[in-house]
Design a protein around this ligand. Structure first.
Ligand SMILES: [Zn+2]
Length: 272
């Protein structure tokens, strides 16, 4: 089965000792593309460094909601400078997180807005992290509002992106009607090992709704290990577990789904 990992932090410290082996394992498992998102200035620079060493990888640069309060205007200017690099295919990861609240919400909003503006300015899709506390949906509702305010589902988004999705909902989490909303807005949706966790049951219906050209799969390595993967460190090769789940939910053969995932990755990230 052909595979992609639309979100793997292989520049993280936890891979420093054996990234060559980890990437080799991914290739053997069928992984043909990995998008490596940064989360703060240092990890963005490291994403570009690793893409320099392994040209089959793609980079993304942006600021995670957890780090929103730590990135000042100077550090942000550094990320804007990196965003012009042709090896940078997306802006992120950014988003909103009211589950853990590592940065105050107003700082998260300021951060999200400048990341969204950078996506529109560069024509590179935004990668959106969005988590609320279990059973709640305040982050999802606020994210949809911010995307609308920024024009992601209107003329500004269409002028820049045309038919391409202006953003990717990374590691999908949330109720079914939120999934329907982001799909109707033209966004891409990426599923991770989170789909196997209690409270994420609506992900199955969202996985069936997503059009194949906007359907992605990811690990969020080193986090969010799916069943069967080591809990201490998830790796890109384990994307096959979530991809098999997607095939089952959609009633597609692994071969058909895999071809679709590679095509969707290239379409969404402008590689086609
Ligand atoms: Zn991530």
């Amino acid at each position: 089965m052909r595979l992609v990992d639309s979100h793997g932090h292989v520049q993280a410290d936890r891979f420093a000792g054996d990234v060559e082996l980890v990437l080799g394992g991914a290739r053997l498992a069928g992984v043909e593309r990995i998008l490596v998102p940064g989360w703060d200035p240092e990890s963005c620079a490291e994403a570009l460094a690793i893409v320099g060493r392994y040209p089959w990888l793609d980079a993304a640069v942006g600021v995670h909601p957890h780090d929103a309060a730590l990135v000042d205007d100077m550090a942000w200017a550094g990320i804007v400078a990196l965003a012009g690099d042709p090896r940078v295919r997306a802006i992120g990861e950014t988003g909103l997180d009211t589950d853990r609240g590592f940065s105050p919400f107003p700082d998260q909003l300021t951060n999200l807005r400048r990341n969204l503006a950078l996506a529109l300015a560069t024509g590179k899709p935004a990668i959106l992290h969005c988590r609320s506390k279990p059973g709640e949906r305040d982050a999802q509702d606020a994210l949809v509002e911010e995307l609308r305010l920024a024009g992601f589902d209107g003329p500004p988004g269409r002028a820049v992106f045309g038919d391409r999705p202006p953003a990717i909902i990374h590691s999908y989490s949330g109720p079914l009607d939120y999934g329907r909303t982001v799909i109707d807005m033209g966004l891409a949706v990426s599923f991770s090992g989170l789909v196997f966790r209690p409270g994420e049951e609506d992900s199955a219906a969202v996985a069936r709704l997503a059009p194949s050209e906007r359907l992605l799969v990811e690990t969020d390595a080193p986090f969010l290990s799916p069943p069967g993967a080591p809990r201490k460190r998830n790796e890109p090769e384990w994307v096959r577990v979530t991809a098999a789940w997607l095939a089952e939910q959609r009633g597609e053969s692994p071969e058909v789904l895999g071809d679709g995932l590679v095509a969707a990755y290239d379409f969404v990230l402008g590689r086609a």
